[in-house]
Design a protein around this ligand. Structure first.
Ligand code: ADP
Length: 470
């Protein structure tokens, strides 16, 4: 559990680091593209402006200037006529509103830029913004200040406003805005100072398109790492599970081998005792005990040898046609006798005389393993129902018990090699976790399969299907 958590933690940390690195890289590329975009479009804008003034000998605000000049002439008169301060302020507010409207409507720059960008085949969807810094009305030698932005006031207070065009670039309102140009005009009727910004509405999309390759590669590399990590982690966990199973198996095996061995050792010592040697019956009894335990020991060792042989070679069965019902009856009978009628075994066979290609030795082992598990994993009087019938192309053998049952999560693994569901209570039910593995391998070697359905506390049903001969 500890190793598992450590690996998981390291894995997640590395993935997070990778994602962070990728984000930093992509962010860097994005910023670079963003800067390049601004630079490119600023150059395009400047190019457009110089082209505009060359062609029309205009700077894009001539119309606006003309209209504002005419309007200002009237506005000055109006202001000079009213005396109250409040009325003057009201008129000034209206003047500013109208001038802004004229500036936005009567300028040729936006249209020219849009056409120019379109012709260049670059993004021509932009919003523009005119920021008026100052507007004054002029009459002969009087100047009537109408509006001055706070920022502009600070600017001119710090240093005197430059003559003509402003050389320093004003700060845009949004990061994505590009300053195109400003206009500082002094006319007979007015004086204005404003900046013109454009903001490309599709800028994000354009940059996203340009960054998509790096973004895609970043996401792909993260995905690859995540998938690789998941595969490695799963393999590692599977390896660990198998290694745990093997350790359990070795412990169980040692335990299983020790019992007959110690019995034999004790029996050997018993035979050495003079009072036993003189008693023929005791000698016979002890010899039988040794014989029985040796057979058990032999069986255990053979089982391990067989398993390791199966690992290396294909599972070999000698198949010959056999009446399934007869064989099943024989197996059940000898099981009952063998275990000293340890369980009530009810039979219900309906094979209709069907035959199947079976290896009788292995097939007997298969059924015996199921029957003995039904007895072993039962905490009351075992009652076993053995059912047999034919269904489509298969002979079906069902062994149902009233035992302890198997949890849903264990059901998935009980046919795995060395798997023991009751590992928490491993010595309560002795075993090596090989019985059902055998059952599965044998069923498969006959072209069939085995499955389990069970409810903990209620019992289990094992179903073996094997193709029968028509
Ligand atoms: P073993 O009996 O040697 O442990 P098996 O391969 O026969 O190994 O069984 C694997 C596991 O499946 C057992 O440890 C046991 O927990 C569970 N199991 C098998 N048969 C039954 C059954 N009839 N009822 C309940 N549990 C069973």
């Amino acid at each position: 559990m500890k190793i598992r958590n450590t690996i998981l933690l390291f894995g997640i940390l590395s993935i997070i680091t990778l994602i962070a690195v990728q984000i930093i890289i992509v962010k860097g590329i994005w910023d670079q593209k963003d800067e390049m975009f601004n630079l490119r479009y600023r150059l395009y804008s400047q190019d457009a402006l110089s082209m505009m003034s060359r062609r029309w000998s205009t700077d894009g605000f001539d119309t606006a200037r003309l209209v504002v000049s005419r309007f200002s002439e009237q506005a000055v008169q109006e202001i000079l006529m009213v005396k109250e301060d409040s009325s003057v302020a009201k008129i000034k507010g209206e003047v500013l509103e109208i001038v802004t409207e004229i500036l936005n409507k009567e300028q040729d720059l936006s249209k020219f830029l849009s056409d120019y960008f379109g012709r260049q085949g670059i993004d021509k969807n932009f919003k523009y913004r005119i920021r008026i810094n100052r507007f004054d009305l002029i009459n002969a030698d009087t100047v009537i200040p109408v509006y001055m932005s706070e920022e502009f006031a600070n600017r001119i207070n710090r240093r005197p406003p430059p003559q003509g065009q402003n050389a320093s670039r004003p700060a845009p309102q949004h990061i994505s805005e590009i300053y195109v140009r400003g206009d500082r005009t002094e006319d007979n009727n007015f004086r204005w100072d404003f900046d013109y910004f454009i903001d490309f509405t599709d800028k994000q999309r354009v940059i996203l398109k340009e960054t998509s390759a790096s973004l895609g590669m970043g996401i792909l590399s993260i995905l690859v790492v995540v998938i690789l990590f998941m595969i490695t982690y799963r393999n590692l966990m599977e390896e660990k599970r198998l290694s745990d199973l093997k350790t359990d198996f070795i412990n169980n095996m040692t335990h299983e081998l020790k019992t007959p061995l110690s019995t034999i050792t004790v029996a050997g010592r018993t035979l050495e005792m003079p009072q036993i040697r003189s008693n023929d019956d005791k000698i016979l009894e002890t010899a039988r005990l040794i014989g029985k335990q040796s057979i058990h020991l032999n069986q255990l060792i053979n089982m391990i040898l067989e398993i390791s042989m199966w690992e290396r070679t294909q599972f070999q069965v000698e198949l010959k046609p056999v009446q399934i019902e007869d064989l099943m009856n024989d197996i059940v009978e000898s099981f009952k006798t063998g275990c000293g009628n340890c369980a009530a075994v009810n039979r219900k066979f309906n094979f209709n005389g069907a035959k199947a290609n079976l290896d009788t030795v292995y097939f007997t082992t298969l059924v015996n393993n199921l029957l003995s598990n039904a007895v072993k994993y039962c905490e009351t009087e075992p009652i076993i129902e053995v059912e047999g019938f034919t269904e489509e192309e298969n002979a079906v053998i069902r062994v149902a018990d009233n035992g302890i049952g198997i949890s849903r999560s264990d059901q998935k693994h009980v046919f795995d090699k060395f798997y023991r569901a009751s590992s928490g209570n491993i010595h309560k039910y002795k075993g090596l976790g090989l019985g059902l593995y055998y059952v599965k391998r044998i069923a498969e070697a006959h072209g069939g399969d085995v499955s389990v359905s069970s409810k903990p506390g209620k019992g289990s049903i094992f179903t073996v299907t094997i193709p029968y001969l028509n």
